[in-house]
Design a protein around this ligand. Structure first.
Ligand SMILES: [Zn+2]
Length: 117
């Protein structure tokens, strides 16, 4: 399951960050999910709690932002944001396009918790 591997990777990266910062816990993790990334949001949200269990992320809130797709057309040169989940120029309908946004799956921000002095 692709999403399970991704969830584990997110947990691993955030855990490393929390350790590096000396944080006591993580309160919130925000992920950015490109609509063309191939990651299924529902599947990820299903896999995440299992991956986070027993880690510093266990009680953290998971927030996901969707990144819309954007393509740069090689035929007409325009940059459009196609609504359909596959890359096609919104201006002329050409499929000869470069995808310039919407393919990434990234950790956008992490809110850490620190113990009082
Ligand atoms: Zn075009």
């Amino acid at each position: 399951m692709h999403e399970m591997a991704l969830a584990c990777e997110v947990v691993e990266q955030v855990t490393r960050l929390a350790e590096a910062e000396g944080a006591a816990g993580v309160s919130r993790v925000t992920l950015r999910l490109g609509v063309l990334s191939g990651v299924e949001r529902g599947a990820f949200e299903f896999a995440y709690p299992a991956a986070a269990e027993g880690t510093v992320l266990a009680g953290a809130e998971l927030a996901m932002e969707e990144e819309p797709a954007a393509v740069l057309c090689r035929r007409c040169g325009r940059r459009t944001e196609p609504e359909v989940p596959f890359p096609v120029c919104g201006a002329c309908g050409s499929t000869d396009v470069d995808v310039v946004a919407g393919r990434d799956f990234t950790i956008r921000s992490v809110e850490l918790e620190f113990e009082g002095p």
